[in-house]
Write a protein of this length. Sequence first.
Length: 266
Amino acid sequence: MTSGHPDQPFVIGGRTFASRLIVGTGKYRTNGEMVAAIRASAAEMVTVAVRRVDLDRSREEGILHHLDPAEFFLLPNTAGCYTVDDALRYARLGRAAGLNEWVKLEVIGDERTLLPDTAATLEAAAELVADGFKVMAYTNDDLVTALRLEDAGCVSVMPLASPIGSGLGVVNPYYIREIKRRLTVPVIVDAGVGTASDACVTMEQGVDGVLMNTAIAAASDPVGMALAMRLGVQAGREAFLAGRMPAREIAVPSSPAAGMLDRETP
């Protein structure tokens, strides 16, 4: 339950989370700053890029040394993979290294825009699901692909708000809302959120959660931005649950005209 309105639990793959904000671990200046920002965000689920981190927890300079599995739920991801084979390899490597059977699946199709290869993502998702993984699939804001990923057995579908690291916010809110309306698995918007107002607007679309990394890590004050994102996600969820007023193109008096005293009455 949120502070003001009854809410459904945030459940992914049979696991319940209190926070609807998921954060990444890349691009921080120091590991200490990363941990402080994650704690300020109150996120429980934290993504780690299997291809880009040292999987040896004993190395103090490595990210995993600073992330206590008792405090954070670690979500391995296949960031940086451009083929089905690479995505499968790094998902299985993360599991073999003792992370878990969950994976945030990313298969990038274009190096310049970092947009996903949807055909490769669907192929990799089906194989990973068959291999026992709980797949959270990063994709574009295309309804048909989202439906096919759900049919493939993904525990969550993660459409982008806008390109990775762009900070443009939700470019196509209609498509995000339609994906949420049509899917039964959790819809978590991933990529493109730049500041707290973007997080709020994203959650106002009715989605289940938001994943972000660069917006926090690249801020001048990552810890302060992490707190702002936490509050933005909460505010957006509250606004969605409360139900906004209808948008109109004409003014409507905020006070009713009926029963008003005549202005000329002394």
